[in-house]
Every structure is written in structure tokens, then in C-alpha cells.
Design a protein around this ligand. Structure first.
Ligand SMILES: NC(=O)c1ccc[n+]([C@@H]2O[C@H](COP(=O)([O-])OP(=O)(O)OC[C@H]3O[C@@H](n4cnc5c(N)ncnc54)[C@H](OP(=O)(O)O)[C@@H]3O)[C@@H](O)[C@H]2O)c1
Length: 323
């Protein structure tokens, strides 16, 4: 089969598309049509993610495709259109084998390419806003990196989960258009976002900040929270891991809340199925628009992952594995 493998740990250029043996083992065997690319894939190509497989390894944490075979006790069967999580490698290949509890039926109204860009971000954001963020009806949400995978997912989901307003923070005007298309009610540039948010909210600030970026904007994110607000720590694409001066928390009764979706699903056996049930209802009813990803052919998997590292990606990035 064809697969995108990381053969060295020196960045996206070390992704090579080659003929390799099909995987073997127990589980649901899926003929992969498309695979999602996410920021952790870029980190994996440099050995900088918390999970560090030895090269060569096949990249790809999330897939969409058709079941070739499934164990008798699985809830999917041969021929089903599915999405699934590899947790965290093996997806950018023509065939992948997944644990049955990480495979879900793809609603008929969602394409393979949109489906491949769904699970990783939408399940994280669903968990972040509902469980960790305690988002209540009518509250306001601000999201950093808003034209990225987690960012566009937040903008697609926030209003359906109760938000009355979702403010997108982006680095360029071009990315502002991506955020608006994903559902932002307001878009502000990263440079000077705190003052822009104060003005937009009449000085009150926002109830929830969802932050996949971290770095030097963190303190201004805390200053952008309304009394009782929550800052959700999701990732550090900006590079630096910020520190918190805890006096800021008591001054305005605010929370800084960690969001570790993978760790939560590992310790809460029913969490994945419950999160998917919530998401599937929204998708199949058409209330939640599927992602509208930038699609690269498998042969250009290295460029797909590089676009995440060099910050040029607009929206979710997906690799097409079969036509
Ligand atoms: N905690 C969890 O459970 C969980 C789950 C999934 C993902 N994550 C994390 O969430 C983060 C975002 O993932 P993603 O797939 O959404 O990434 P992505 O699609 O690449 O988007 C990240 C955004 O970060 C911004 N950014 C700011 N500084 C950057 C820099 N130096 N390099 C690259 N991007 C930069 C960019 O927006 P601007 O250019 O507009 O600033 C970019 O759109 C990652 O750190 C990932 O590991 C965490």
C-alpha cells in the first residue's frame, strides 16, 4: 500500500510517500480515503511531541474511509463509511487498523475529506467547551489561532453549544476571511487583540477564552476575561509555555483550566462514545456544518504538514489518500 512515512526526525521534509506493507493485527481494518493533518503531526516529524515513535513510522491520527473487515463484536461492519482515530499514527496510508471503540459511522451527508478533518478537533473542542469550560447559554467565547484546525472547529461549534458571540483572533486579514466563513461573529487581529476585545464587549471582556496558541499573548488573554471567566489551555503553537501570576485569578475571579482531551478519553472509558454521540446528532441533522478543509494529495503529505508548521494553513488540513 502507499503511505506517508516519517523517515528521519528533522521536520516535514522527512515525510516520504512510499510502498509499504499493509499493517497487521486485530481491530477494524479500514480502507482509508482521507486522513487529517494536525499540528501534532508537525511536532511528530521533529520528535517534539509527547508521543515519540521511532522512524520510520506512518503519520496520521485521524481518518475517514470504508470498513474492509471488523471483529464480530464491533459496532461497524464491512462496507460501512466510517471515521476513526488511530491515536496517534498510521492514518496517512491506504489501509489502517483501528481499535473498535475508536471507529464511528460517518453520517451520509459528510464527505470523506470533511470527515477526516472532524474527530481530533471537534471532539477536543466539544470536550473543552462543555466539560472543562462549562460554557453556559448566552456566554461569549474568544478563540486564538481561529483560522486553524482547533480554531475553526471552535467557531463551528460555539454557537451550537450556547455561545451568543464568538470572537476570532487571527494573525492576518486573509485568515480573518477563513474565521468568518467558519462562523465567527467578530474577528480581531492578534496584534492588539486585548483592546479590540474590550471595545467589542463594552469593557466587560469574554466569558471563555479557548487558547491553542499560548506564548506571549497569555497575560492579555487573562486580562480579556469577564468576571468569572475561564481560560482553556489547549496548546502551544506559539512555542512558549506561559506562566500564570495567580494574583490575576483572584483579582477577577477567573479560572485557568487545562484541557487534555487524550488524557481524559484514556481515563474515562465512555467519553469518546458520548462525545461522538453529541457531535453526530449535530452533524447528521445539518445543524453543524462539516469542516471545509484544504485538501492535499497523499504525494504532497509533506507540504500539508509543513503548512501547519510554517503557519500558512487556512482552516483544517486533510490529505486525500484515494480518489
Ligand atoms: N489539549 C488537547 O487535548 C489538544 C487536542 C488537539 C490539539 N491540541 C493542540 O492544539 C494546538 C492547535 O492545533 P491545530 O491542529 O489546530 O493547529 P493549526 O491548525 O496549525 O492552528 C494553530 C494556529 O496557531 C496559530 N499560531 C500562532 N503562532 C504560531 C506559530 N509560531 N506556528 C504555527 N501556528 C501558530 C496560527 O494562527 P495565526 O497565524 O492566526 O496566529 C494557527 O492557525 C496544537 O498545539 C495541538 O497540539 C490540543
Amino acid at each position: 500500500m502507499r503511505a506517508a512515512r516519517v523517515i528521519r526526525l528533522d521536520g516535514p521534509d522527512a515525510i516520504e510517500v512510499a510502498e509499504v506493507d499493509e499493517p497487521s493485527g486485530d481491530g477494524v481494518v479500514v480502507e482509508v480515503h482521507a486522513a487529517g493533518a494536525a499540528f501534532p503531526d508537525a511536532l511528530l516529524t521533529r520528535g517534539l511531541y509527547q508521543y515519540r515513535p521511532e522512524p520510520p513510522f506512518v503519520l496520521g491520527a485521524e481518518i475517514a474511509g470504508v470498513v474492509r473487515s471488523a471483529p464480530d463484536n464491533a459496532h461497524v461492519k464491512a462496507g460501512d463509511r466510517v471515521v476513526g482515530l488511530t491515536m496517534l499514527s498510521g492514518g496517512m496510508a491506504e489501509v489502517a487498523i483501528l481499535q473498535p471503540d475508536r471507529v464511528f459511522k460517518l453520517p451520509d451527508n459528510v464527505s470523506f475529506e470533511a470527515g477526516a478533518g472532524l474527530l481530533f478537533n471537534d471532539l477536543t473542542v466539544y470536550f473543552a467547551l462543555t466539560v472543562r469550560g462549562r460554557l453556559a447559554q448566552g456566554e461569549t467565547v474568544l478563540v486564538h489561532g481561529a483560522a486553524g484546525g482547533i480554531g475553526t472547529s471552535t467557531l463551528r461549534l460555539a454557537s451550537l453549544l450556547g455561545a451568543s458571540r464568538s470572537i476570532a483572533v487571527v494573525s492576518t486579514e486573509e485568515k480573518a476571511d477563513v474565521a468568518t466563513a467558519a462562523g465567527a461573529t467578530d474577528v480581531v487581529l492578534a496584534d492588539g487583540f486585548k483592546d479590540a476585545v474590550k471595545e467589542l464587549t463594552g469593557g466587560r471582556g469574554v466569558d471563555v477564552v479557548l487558547d491553542p496558541v499560548g506564548g506571549d499573548r497569555f497575560t492579555d488573554s487573562l486580562r480579556s476575561l469577564a468576571p468569572g471567566g475561564r481560560l482553556l489551555v489547549v496548546g502551544f503553537t506559539g512555542g512558549d509555555i506561559p506562566t500564570v501570576k495567580v494574583n490575576r485569578l483572584l483579582l477577577n475571579n477567573i479560572d485557568v483550566v487545562g484541557v487534555g482531551w487524550g488524557a481524559w478519553t484514556a481515563t474515562h472509558p465512555n467519553a469518546l462514545a458520548e462525545q461522538w454521540a453529541g457531535l453526530e446528532k449535530l452533524l447528521s441533522s445539518g445543524r453543524l456544518a462539516a469542516p471545509n478543509p484544504e485538501v492535499y494529495p497523499l504525494e504532497q503529505a509533506a507540504a500539508a504538514v509543513a503548512s501547519l508548521e510554517n503557519r500558512t494553513a487556512k482552516g483544517k488540513v486533510v490529505v486525500r489518500v484515494r480518489d
